[in-house]
Design a protein around this ligand. Structure first.
Ligand code: PEP
Ligand code: MN
Length: 337
């Protein structure tokens, strides 16, 4: 249930309304926007007569939320969520670029690529130290050592870092190093992991599952939000379809659909969405045009030697020229990059 409060509502009235909702068995979440304050009342109470709340002083409107996700919904929070990390804002008018290798492979490699990321004007260095590989015989990542050298490279070039967490036990290992936790497609419905990430105060980038509907994906975001972490961004990385000429099918329309239904920022990952270098730039351009708040792109200067995802990595020179094109598209739709 969503309770919209009057513009001139007093603090005492807000407390009184919250007390009523709690007494009726609801868990209350408050959302203060510039224009409106909204209370989200969460709880299963199907026969509840919403007029009991409508008549309270300070309330302007009450309605039931039919979507199963609540805190992730735009009904609960009208304004876009902007995630601020240092001086970087994800979800604002500025489109934020994240780039780097699929995996951290060596100190030399991550420093070389961090330099490219910084020179391109991108703000976030990506790279996996714990890798979710489809085969247990493939490279599994450098682990803690990878985190240390990645953070050193990010700091050296004034970048933020994002890296994947695959299981609960890795949260405390990764937390001291990363600025953003990435939850990979294969873990989108690892609800135990999502709940624990909800307990941290580090922003989370939640990738869409390989076969997840947008509703499944928003429900997973809800797990993190409902556990207390409001800094969640959603990353579209392609879904599995019958098509074989691409690694996945990039669901471009998910970008406006999520923006309509949710206030959370949307990141697009054209690298995993397509799986082939040639397809990355066209889909990156399309993602900016479609309204993505951020892009995550894999790059490598020796893709033939990459320990994972070499075929989809852009060469530094191609990434740098793509960024110039993206700036033009961003400008055309009234955004900066
Ligand atoms: C990755 O970002 O390298 C990755 C493994 O992504 P996904 O979870 O989308 O497959
Ligand atoms: Mn990858």
């Amino acid at each position: 249930m969503v309770v919209i409060l009057k513009n001139n509502v007093t603090e005492a009235q807000i407390e009184d309304i919250k007390k009523h909702l709690e007494d009726y068995g609801f868990q209350v979440h408050e959302s203060r926007g510039e224009a409106k304050t909204i209370l989200g009342a969460i709880g299963v109470n199907p026969g509840f007569d919403i007029r009991k709340i409508k008549i309270l002083d300070g309330v302007t409107d009450v309605y039931r939320v039919t979507a199963p996700y609540k805190m992730a919904s735009r009904n609960f929070k009208e304004e876009n969520t902007i995630i601020k990390i240092g001086d970087v804002e994800i979800g604002s008018n500025e489109i934020i670029l994240m780039a780097g290798p699929c995996s951290v492979e060596s100190e030399d490699q991550i420093f070389r690529l961090a330099k490219v990321v910084a020179e391109s004007g991108s703000k976030v260095l990506r790279g996996g130290a714990f890798k979710p590989r489809t085969s247990p015989y493939s490279f599994q990542g450098m682990g803690l050592e990878g985190l240390k050298i990645m953070r050193a490279a990010a700091d050296e070039y004034g970048l933020l870092m994002v890296t994947e967490v695959m299981q609960i036990s890795q949260i405390e290992i990764i937390a001291p190093y990363t600025h953003i936790f990435q939850v990979g497609a294969r873990n989108m419905q690892n609800f135990g992991l999502l709940k624990e990430l909800g307990d941290t105060s580090i922003p989370v980038m939640l990738k869409r599952g390989l076969a997840a509907t947008i509703e499944d994906w928003l429900m997973s975001a809800e797990y993190i939000l409902a556990n207390g972490n409001s800094e969640v961004m959603l990353c579209e990385r392609g879904i599995r379809t019958f098509e074989t000429y691409t690694r996945n099918t990039f669901d471009l329309s998910a970008i406006p659909v999520v923006h309509e239904r949710s206030h959370l920022p949307v990141v697009a990952d054209p690298s995993h969405a397509t799986g082939y270098r040639k397809q990355v730039a066209p889909m990156a351009r399309a993602a900016v045009a479609a309204g993505a708040d951020s892009l995550m792109i894999e790059i490598h200067d020796k893709p033939e030697e990459a320990l994972s995802d070499g075929p989809q990595a852009l060469l530094p020179v191609d990434y740098i020229s793509l960024v110039q094109e993206l700036k033009v598209i961003a400008k055309a739709i009234g955004r900066t990059l």
